[in-house]
Design a protein around this ligand. Sequence first.
Ligand code: ADP
Ligand code: MG
Length: 446
Amino acid sequence: FWQHFNDEMRERFNEVAYNAWFKNTKPISYDENSRELKIAVQNPVAKGYWEKNLSSQLIQSAYGYAGIELLPTFQIEGDTSPERIVTPEPRYKIEEKISNRNEFTKNLRLNENYTFDNFVQGEGNKLAAGAALAVADSPGSFYNPLFIFGGVGLGKTHLMQAIGHQMLAERPNAKVVYIQSETFVNDFINSIKNKTQDKFREKYRTCDLLLVDDIQFFAKKEGIQEEFFHTFETLYNDQKQIVMTSDRLPTEIPDLSERLVSRFTWGLQVEITPPDLETRIAILSKKAEADGLTIDENTLDYIASQVDTNIRELEGALVKVQAHATIEKEDINVNLAREALTDLKLVQKNRGLQISKIQEVVANYFQTSTAELKGKKRVRQIVIPRQIAMYLSRELTDSSLPKIGQEFGGKDHTTVMHAYEKIDRQIKTDSEIKSAVFDLRQLLTH
Ligand code: ADP
Ligand code: MG
């Protein structure tokens, strides 16, 4: 199978790329129980590229060609002749700190890229970035709590985690907690079930820095709000720093208790707004540089002008252009970028498209009801339409997985992920599903 995959890839890549990623890469062992396939790669760059770009293809190909499920892991060995390998400067120094993490933060997962160094400041996020820097410098003393709000993909999570990184870099013993608000909810519920409330409280009420992401999910959850209120009070009185993000102002979160709304206004509430063109170009150019890509100004300008509201999409656009260049074996220029981004335009054009509309059209098409799509029945006649509707919601709107889950009767985001991946696979193998998705896409986008 390895040979087959190599041949497949040799077709796809040009010679330089093929040699770089495959020539000195070989499988070393496969464990039938854990499905782990250990692969030796030549250098850190190759490791990074495999992890980021090739492992998913390997998984798919192994499954499609030989019916094997595998989980590739990579280790660096082999040819390391120094003159041919350009080891990049470590991009994110912060990572080293993880090894010296204290007992409290050893399970803390921060995205290593989300540092202040990697955050481009510009119109739209200057204030928020300034406030975040101030808080990281002197936590608990002013701007407490810091409340960062704004639309999807504008850098709220990035900034929030940057505060965590910075604090740990300066004070490795600091007790930092970062959580998605849903995790707080789940932890709390589990702590009641398992009678471990003391442990729960200890974790949240004794930290030095509490970062709660997307707090709008506390909407309408009274018990959680009550618990969070006490967490907040304890931390605040101990002059510990609290930082929250949300897609909207506290006053706009449905049924958020009065006392929380008022607590949240004690500190600073700062909005992040969409970046202007100049900032978008600066962000793109930083990402391109980090990925080792050379892209001329016109092309950067073109890509930045195509995506105007959401930085995550902007990054996605760059990845698309890069992938297109690899597949087409061409250099990156404006024409190539234009080709690569045609379907992105479709998403943008459909921005107004609502998940409810998708559900309606899908329900109609399969002669079922939107209630069934949102329900829990697991019979095939409903499961397939439901998964297709989730798939299309992911493809045609910019809603997050949790948001889609919510719209489908409060399902977990992993359910949506699973549905998406399943349909994505079946489109390639099952002609009925393929044509249904094709028809529905037509119906929804024309
Ligand atoms: P949000 O939490 O607001 O939805 P994220 O923080 O997840 O957005 O940001 C989305 C992506 O955009 C992340 O990959 C992040 O690194 C990147 N990003 C956002 N703002 C900036 C910025 N000012 N400079 C560099 N990258 C940014
Ligand atoms: Mg976020």
